[in-house]
Design a protein around this ligand. Structure first.
Ligand code: NAD
Length: 377
């Protein structure tokens, strides 16, 4: 682990993907370098900035100004905020607007927003003119530590989330931690679940550090930069080793099987945000692993205690309005997961920082566990 950063001192994490390698620039005020960095990467390029209404109201003017100062011509495409914009209709709108703005292969798209904008603008970039280069400027914590890195882009189908998309890596990521100062606290906390995930899945020392420093991460001190840099380094390493998720990258889905089912059960509404569902899913994955005798009850309790201390949901009773029954949750798990020879693949844990892929989980055991948790409501 690197030492905590001094404020104003950007950290650069490289995603080592041979001829598609790119830098993630992390730091308070990093946005100010966007124009110079784009100019160095693509001299003479014009830029289209894709954003949502919330983010544009707060950060569009500053983004346009840094581009203008570097002599870069830009246009803006603003869509409604929220998951509903990961749709065919909004995708069409963004693609048509990019073509109308005459964004060509030598130009660049800038995705200025949270995970929704990154996924949507990234997929439009992958599609228009058979592939435009794009830059991620993530503005939510979730996007800074997870969705802006790794090249997964896409929109939702009526039949499920993220079912239409492409792998399309950005050419640069600028994670300006000051942009998070305007993020609603609940959204920040939901993104923190993904930060904790990196500790819980593969870095026990980072998890211990988070237990001691999470309050400063929330408060915006130097620990915030440090936690984002550690998270990006972890994700960049996994992506460089397994870009297309044929192996290790699956570990990043810790908490996602239970989480997706609960998120779908809550109708993908603001009753349970994605990061909240991941936190609850991780708590369940730890408890399920302990029940299977894979790790001690004390370690499972420690993981759950930390997530709960930050205010994240860790029990099904924490979901306002309730969740579906065990059979309905199992149906949702089956929709989300491939079942091989009647067995489910889960990410389980042998300890804090020791996740592994278990391809042989008995659905009846999962159902029994969920029924027990639901009975504790
Ligand atoms: P989001 O983009 O909807 O952002 C959350 C809310 O915060 C929105 O209302 C947005 O307008 C607002 N917001 C964002 N930044 C802000 C800021 N700086 N100031 C004020 N408001 C701000 O959601 P998210 O949580 O960032 O991302 C969730 C999406 O990411 C989901 O669609 C999920 O599927 C996707 N995702 C993708 C990947 C990937 O690898 N591509 C990984 C994880 C999640």
């Amino acid at each position: 682990m690197t030492a905590p950063l001094r404020s104003g001192d950007p950290t650069i994490v490289n995603v080592a993907l041979a001829d598609r390698a790119y830098d993630i620039v992390i730091g308070r005020g990093a946005l100010a370098s966007l124009g110079a960095r784009i100019k160095a990467l693509r001299p003479g390029a014009k830029v289209a900035i894709v954003s949502d209404e919330n983010v544009a109201a707060k950060h569009m003017a500053a983004t346009e100004a840094v581009l203008k100062n570097a002599g870069i011509e830009s246009s803006r495409i603003v869509v409604p905020a929220g998951e509903g914009s990961k749709s065919y209709a909004t995708f069409e709108k963004v693609c048509e607007a990019l073509i109308a703005a005459r964004i060509e292969r030598d130009d660049l798209v800038v995705a200025l927003g949270g995970g929704v904008i990154g996924d949507l603008a990234g997929y439009a970039s992958a599609s228009v003119r058979r592939g435009l280069d794009f830059v991620q400027v993530p503005t939510s914590l979730l996007a800074q530590v997870d969705s802006s890195v790794g090249g997964k882009t896409g929109i939702n189908s009526k039949q499920g989330k993220n079912l239409i998309g492409a792998f399309h890596q950005p050419v640069l990521v600028i994670a300006d931690t000051a942009l998070l100062d305007t993020l609603p606290e609940r959204e920040f906390r939901a993104g923190y679940a993904e930060v904790a995930k990196y500790g819980l899945l593969g870095d026990g020392a980072f998890f211990s550090w988070l237990e001691a420093n999470w309050q400063d991460v929330f408060a915006g001190g130097s620990s915030r930069e440090h936690s984002i840099a550690v998270s990006c380094r972890a994700k960049a390493g996994v992506v460089a080793r397994d870009e297309r998720e044929s192996g290790e990258r699956a570990l990043l889905n810790l908490g996602h099987t239970f989480g997706h089912a609960l998120e779908a059960g809550a109708g993908f509404s603001d009753r349970l945000l994605h990061g909240e569902a991941v936190a609850l899913g991780m708590a369940l994955a730890f408890e399920f692993s302990a029940r299977k005798g894979l790790l001690s009850a004390a370690d499972a309790e420690r993981a759950v205690r930390h997530l709960a201390a930050t205010g994240l949901p860790t029990h099904v009773r924490d979901v306002p309005g309730g969740v579906p029954d065990a059979d309905a949750l199992m149906d949702l798990i089956f929709q989300d997961k491939k079942v091989k020879r009647g067995r489910l693949t889960f990410i389980l844990v042998r300890g804090i920082g020791e996740a592994f892929v278990s391809p042989d989980v008995d659905p009846a055991e999962v159902r029994g566990f969920l029924a027990e948790k639901l009975a504790q409501r």
